[in-house]
Design a binder for this molecule. Structure first.
Ligand SMILES: [Zn+2]
Length: 324
C-alpha cells in the first residue's frame, strides 16, 4: 500500500470512527485489509457466500469484507486488552488483532428475495465485495424484492448509496425501523450526540428523503413472514428480524452481538459501538435465551462466515454451532 493510500485509509478510518460516535479513530492495519489470515472465519478467499435452508426459507449469507483492528483499551468498555486477547485465543483465533467481518443475510421468503442491510459499499474500510459475491451466489442485485435494514451504522447502510449520495437500489423497496429513522432524521441535528451528527446529516442527505423508504414499527411485519423484533441498545432503533417459513425460523440479529469470542462467550462485554451498553446487553441476553428456547437459527453481521448458526448455553455465556 502506498503512502498516499495509507493516508487516505487512516483518514477514512477516522471518519468511520466519528460516524460511529466514537471519540477516537478506529486503528486498523491497512496491510491486512480484507486479506484474511489464520484459521478464524474471516478469510474472504475461503468463503464468499454460504447457502442453507431454515424450514422453507432459503438463506444465503454473503461476505462483504473484513478488517483487522489494533487492540485498543477502549474497544471493550468493561474488559482489558488482555481479556480480549485471551478470549480470541480461547476461540482458537489469532490474538494479535481484532478481526471483524461484514456478512449480509439474503432470504427467499414468501416468493420474495429479501436482503437484510446493504454492506458498507466500499465506503467503510474493508467492505465492498457484496455485489460481486452476490453474483457468484447467483443473486442479481437488481432483482431484490426488498432491502430490510437493522440500523443505520455505515457498515449496514452505506451500500445503499454512492459516494455522491445517489441511490444504488432506486427501484427496490427499502424497509427501515421506525425508531431508527426517527432518531437519525431529527431535524434538529444539534440535539443529537455530537459524534452522531455527521452520520445523521448523511442519512438526511440520502435515505431520509427517498420515496422508496417504508418504515416498520416494532413487532410489526416488515413483509409477510418477516417480523420486526425491537432490539435497541446498539443504536436507538436497532431492530432484528424473525423470518418464518414452514417449520423453521431464522433470526437476523444484526449488531445485537459483536464477534463470537466477545459477545457470545461474554454477553456482558460492552463494545464501544453500543450507544446504550446496558440496554444492548439486556436485549442480547434476552434474545439469546429466546433463540435457544425457540431453536432459532441466527445470523450475526459480524460473526464471520458462514455468519449463521444455532446457540447454546456455555458457562456464563453462549456458544455458536455454525450451520452446515
Ligand atoms: Zn455493524
Amino acid at each position: 500500500m502506498s503512502k498516499l493510500d495509507r493516508r487516505t485509509f487512516v483518514l477514512s478510518a477516522a471518519a468511520a470512527g466519528a460516524a460511529f460516535g466514537l471519540d477516537k479513530p478506529v486503528e486498523i492495519f491497512p496491510s491486512a485489509l480484507a486479506q484474511g489470515a489464520g484459521p478464524h472465519p474471516m478469510n474472504p478467499k475461503a468463503i464468499k457466500f454460504h447457502k442453507f435452508k431454515v424450514g422453507t426459507v432459503e438463506v444465503t449469507t454473503v461476505f462483504d469484507g473484513a478488517i483487522y483492528r489494533d487492540h485498543n483499551p477502549s474497544f471493550i468498555r468493561n474488559a482489558t486488552v488482555d481479556d480480549a486477547k485471551s478470549a480470541l485465543r480461547a476461540a482458537k483465533w489469532p490474538d494479535d488483532r481484532i478481526p471483524n467481518a461484514y456478512t449480509i443475510t439474503i432470504a427467499q421468503v414468501g416468493g420474495r428475495t429479501v436482503m437484510f442491510d446493504s454492506g458498507g459499499g466500499g465506503q467503510v474500510p474493508g467492505t465492498g465485495s457484496l455485489a460481486a459475491n452476490m453474483k457468484e451466489a447467483g443473486i442479481d442485485p437488481s432483482k431484490l424484492s426488498a432491502i430490510v435494514v437493522t440500523h443505520f451504522h455505515p457498515d449496514h447502510i452505506f451500500g445503499l448509496f454512492t459516494k455522491e449520495n445517489a441511490q444504488v437500489y432506486a427501484n427496490t423497496e427499502i424497509i427501515v425501523p421506525e425508531a431508527e429513522f426517527k432518531f437519525w432524521t431529527d431535524p434538529n441535528v444539534d440535539r443529537l450526540p455530537q459524534a452522531a451528527q455527521g452520520l445523521a446529516k448523511r442519512v438526511q442527505a440520502t435515505l431520509g428523503g427517498w420515496k422508496n423508504i417504508k418504515q416498520v414499527a416494532a413487532d410489526q411485519d416488515a413483509l409477510p413472514g418477516v417480523r420486526a423484533v425491537a432490539t435497541p441498545g446498539h443504536t436507538a432503533g436497532h431492530t432484528s428480524y424473525l423470518v418464518s417459513g414452514g417449520s423453521g425460523q431464522l433470526l437476523v440479529l444484526g449488531d445485537l452481538t459483536n464477534i463470537p469470542p466477545f459477545n457470545l462467550k461474554n454477553p456482558g462485554w460492552h463494545i464501544m459501538f453500543d450507544a446504550n451498553p446496558q440496554l444492548a446487553e439486556q436485549n442480547r441476553r434476552a434474545i439469546f435465551d429466546r433463540a435457544i428456547a425457540d431453536k432459532l437459527v441466527c445470523t450475526g453481521y459480524h460473526w464471520g462466515m458462514p455468519g449463521a448458526g444455532t446457540l447454546s448455553k456455555d458457562g456464563n455465556g453462549y456458544a455458536l454451532a455454525p450451520v452446515a
